[in-house]
Design a protein around this ligand. Structure first.
Ligand SMILES: [Zn+2]
Length: 415
């Protein structure tokens, strides 16, 4: 479809720069971790921008903010655009924020033109996508989609402090009353995000059309041995770190042996006791595994688990425990929805390419429940979760236009 709504890349860019002031860091990035005062300020700004357009604002029990612009057909379910305004402690200006404010710019253009859509249009700011302060990430969309229990998220403690997610929602004024499960009843969901990888920039492509998300699973792996003096004989000792070291290398080796389909790494290691003169009796690790296919992920998880047990079996006094923690299955996005993005890019003379998504996004949990699409724009050097994260205004505008075309076609722009 073609339309001449007054979509403004410049206005979008200006809003991105305004949002970056909340939790702004000296190096040009942002520290706007979920439900901090800085996040609350950013959220209030987002709400103010929505109210200025006459949107109905609602906040659900998880703090997810929804701006709703009514449609002409009361029978139609909302077409939603979402992402997140929270950042990691040393984040950039664009990760997540771009997707939310691109949605806002579509509402602004509709408002300015006095245009109507058949279906309502909703813009969502998901709470705590990053999981930097309350782990795991993306839990507010996961709960909203009915996958994770609500009480579990509300009771989640912050990573370094006494407060829970629920307490911080209340403290910042974002413990809303709307039912998060209502978001399962959307007609369609669109998310656009910076790629957080180098492919689009390297290929000179404007748009990444995401066909599927790699399945992901995080494991907690613990090797337990026996505490002892570091000077005691090698014979008879049970060194948990020596076993853990073999495991770290095994994960790397097994992920590399998947023909480029799998990804795996140990990302955290904590020792007990963590003391200069002691043989480590405990080694606790976080192991992250991803794969393009669900069968491949299942095989990688089984292989890594068996390897942990095998390493322990070869070392007297060592025991291994592997506990699955958090993840999501391999998830396909909706071909009809991403086909609209692909067609929109072609009509506008933009270069799009299909790709998979190895990184978690709220769109993945939504896609497990209802038709959803995820689209990427380039970012310089693939750099993200870094204060120096950057994009060009041209990339931002190209993504906005493609997103808008697909959303308006789905919602039915009234002529
Ligand atoms: Zn993000």
């Amino acid at each position: 479809m073609t339309h001449n709504l007054p979509l403004s890349g410049a206005r979008l860019w200006d809003s991105l720069m305004q949002m970056a002031r909340f939790g702004g860091l000296p190096g040009g990035g942002c520290n706007r971790q979920a439900l901090t005062d800085a996040d609350a300020e950013g959220r209030r700004q987002f709400i103010a921008w929505g109210e200025a357009l006459g949107c109905a604002v609602s906040i659900d029990r998880l703090g997810n903010i929804r701006l709703l612009r009514p449609g002409r057909d009361p029978a139609r379910k909302p077409v939603a655009i979402g992402s997140h305004l929270d950042t990691v402690p040393t984040g950039g200006k664009f990760d997540g924020v771009y997707g939310v404010l691109a949605g806002l710019e579509i509402l602004r253009a509709l408002h300015e033109a006095g245009a109507e859509t058949e279906a309502p249009i909703m813009v969502i700011d998901w709470t705590n996508e990053e999981g930097a302060r309350f782990s795991p990430p993306m839990a507010a969309s996961e709960v909203a989609m009915g996958i994770r229990p609500e009480a579990e998220l509300l009771a989640t403690p912050e990573r370094a402090g006494p407060a829970t997610f629920g307490e911080e929602l209340a403290r910042t004024g974002f413990a809303g009353s709307a039912d998060p499960a209502a978001l399962q009843d959307l007609g369609a969901y669109f998310e656009t995000h910076i790629e957080q990888g180098p492919v689009l920039e390297q290929e000179g492509a404007d748009i990444g059309i995401v066909t599927h998300a790699l399945g992901a699973l995080t494991l907690e792996v613990t090797f337990t041995g026996r505490d002892g003096h570091v000077g005691s004989p090698m014979e008879g000792r049970a060194d948990a770190l020596a076993a853990a070291s073999e495991f770290v290398l095994a994960v790397d080796r097994m992920a590399r042996a998947t023909d480029g389909q799998g990804i795996g790494a140990v990302t955290r290691l904590l020792l007990t006791p963590d003391a200069r003169g002691n043989i480590p009796s405990g080694a606790w690790m976080v192991c992250s595994l991803r794969h393009h296919t669900q069968a491949g992920l299942d095989a990688l998880v089984a292989g890594v688990t068996a390897e942990a047990k095998a390493i322990a079996a070869l070392r007297p006094g060592i025991a291994a425990e592997v506990v699955p923690q958090w993840g999501y299955p391999q998830t396909a996005f909706d071909p009809a929805l991403y086909g609209r993005m692909e067609a929109a890019a072609a009509r506008r003379g933009l270069k799009a390419r299909r790709m998979a998504c190895p990184i978690g996004h709220d769109a993945i949990h939504v896609a497990r429940t209802l038709p959803a699409a995820l689209m990427f724009i380039p970012c310089h050097g693939g750099l993200s979760h870094n204060e120096a994260e950057s994009i060009t205004p041209e990339w931002a505008e190209a993504g906005l236009l493609v997103l808008a075309d697909a959303v308006l076609e789905t919602a039915g722009l009234v002529r």
